[in-house]
Design a protein around this ligand. Structure first.
Ligand code: FHN
Length: 484
């Protein structure tokens, strides 16, 4: 073969190689782009996922904070008590945008003390805080560069509320999460609005007219709200999410809410997915939309009947509202709140318990009282909540169980809600050998007896804590329980 031919074959071959390489890069680039737009953790291995979720699973208990301009009207607009949850007052009372923004001029939380807030959460035994950086009224608690409807530009207070909270969380070892209403926004044109009747529980004279308008305009009640949702997502929501994930140090959780208009719209949800990469290890919930499942399910105001094999977190109010409402006094008792926490832990979930601070920046006193009481219990019994996993029993008539398992055995925490009158606590179907049994609060040793029904623990006459006294059972070997 002559050398010129040989060279041209080599040239052709290398040309082919260059073209192939180019195509490979192009396709790779395209795939890369597609992947970048999806959920960043889609291809995570189970071990990687376990490592990322570890702190959250161990924590079990967090504080939700709903705070914004709605704390100023606190449930009453123009002298009328507006029904339902306080942070929805703008939608429920159909307050026009300009009129609602007037409340911003009265939002001056001079009593805000983020150190105190974080310490109240910490003393209650909570390990993380999730705060509403922007709720459905579109008001940002932070200094946003893409809008004037924020704490710095629209209120007399004029200072970023998240910065000092982030510092306090860092200082006191509490993880910080951000709630962000990505789709609903009632003040920025193009934001979505869930349609609600204009007259429900109060006498709105313009109800019929407003209802007709909201029916025609996707739930909006003011022409100032109308606009292009895609543009809103591109120019307000996504840039704001970038801001909150960039300007406040380590953020542990991003809590999406109400994917109105994007529940099944992947393209809209994909605007936000790449932003998750701004915070390595970030945990997100299942409320973004676009069909994405996120890291956790979020049952709201309810505790599921059983656990689940996917991470979950019950969020719940202490009274009936998330955002502050001056006259909502329907407070759950400490007993209910504590037993909820135990019930949830016994099903392998987390409890995100809400506080709605006032417009001045204080926690309502009944919330403070309950947090304190929960904290007193947690100081003694916290070990039966943190780092535990779900109960191995299908049902316990007297209370709940949480557990920790080890290579050679397990620790069962028996949460006794109903103290047996005869002092005999039956742990049904438990076949393992009991190594130790004692009261968690004072280490008092307890006698146990095993028979075909299970293990019976002999308790003292009186419960140590009427809400929940915890008995610790250390057993050997792999758990062996004969279910009823
Ligand atoms: O509409 C909101 C509501 O105001 C509150 O923020 C709760 C908390 O989970 N989420 C929405 C309703 O699901």
């Amino acid at each position: 073969m002559d050398s010129r031919n040989h060279t041209s074959i080599i040239d052709r071959k290398s040309n082919h190689c260059i073209v192939a390489l180019f195509l490979l890069l192009l396709v790779g680039g395209l795939i890369g782009t597609v992947q970048a737009a999806g959920w960043p953790y889609e291809d995570e291995t189970p071990a990687q996922r376990n490592a990322r979720m570890a702190w959250w699973r161990q924590a079990r208990f967090g504080m939700f904070i709903h705070w914004g301009v709605y704390a100023v009207p606190a449930g009453t607009h123009n002298g009328v008590k507006i029904n339902r949850i306080g942070e929805w007052i703008m939608n429920r009372a159909k307050i026009p945008v300009a009129e609602y923004k007037e409340y911003g001029k009265q939002f001056n939380p001079v009593k805000y003390d983020p150190n105190q807030w974080v310490l109240m959460a910490k003393d209650a035994g909570m390990k993380y805080i999730v705060i509403t950086t922007k709720h459905h009224d579109g008001f940002a608690l932070f200094d946003s560069k893409v809008t004037d409807w924020d704490i710095v530009d629209a209120t007399p207070y004029g200072k970023d509320l998240l910065k000092p909270l982030a510092e306090a969380c860092r200082k006191h070892g509490i993880k910080l999460g951000f709630y962000y209403s990505q789709a609903q926004d009632w003040c920025h044109p193009g934001g979505a609005a869930i349609r609600k009747p204009a007259r429900e529980g109060w006498d709105n004279p313009d109800a019929d007219e407003i209802d007709a308008y909201t029916a025609e305009h996707d739930g909006h009640w003011d022409p100032a709200q109308l606009g292009d949702m895609d543009e809103y997502l591109r120019t307000i929501a996504a840039p704001q999410v970038r801001e909150i994930l960039t300007n406040y140090g380590d953020i542990a959780v991003l809590w999406w809410d109400t994917p109105t208009g994007m529940k099944t719209n992947k393209e809209r949800a994909d605007l936000f997915q790449p932003l998750i990469n701004l915070q390595p290890g970030l945990i997100t919930n299942n409320r973004l939309g676009g069909g994405y499942k996120g890291d956790l399910n979020t049952p709201e105001q309810r505790i599921p009947a059983t656990g689940s094999d996917y991470d979950w977190e019950t969020c719940m109010t202490m009274n009936d509202t998330w955002g502050y409402k001056s006259y909502d006094q329907n407070w759950k008792s400490t007993e209910t709140l504590l037993r909820n926490l135990v019930d949830i832990a016994s099903k392998g979930g987390n409890y995100l318990l809400n506080v709605g601070p006032t417009g001045e920046g204080e926690f309502p006193q009944p919330s403070i009282d309950r947090l304190k009481a929960i904290g007193q219990w947690m100081k003694i019994y916290g070990g039966s909540i943190y780092e535990t996993t779900a109960s191995p029993f299908a049902r316990l008539t007297w209370g709940r169980c949480t557990k920790k398992t080890f290579i050679n055995g397990a620790t069962l925490y028996l949460h006794v809600f109903d103290w047996p009158a005869d002092g005999k606590l039956l742990v049904p179907g438990l076949k393992n050998e009991v190594l130790h049994a004692y009261l968690m609060a004072n280490f008092e040793k307890l006698e146990t007896r095993s028979n075909e029904s299970g293990v019976t623990v002999q308790l003292p006459v009186q419960a140590l804590d009427p809400i929940d006294t915890v008995v610790v059972l250390k057993v050997s070997g792999e758990l062996d329980i004969q279910q009823e």
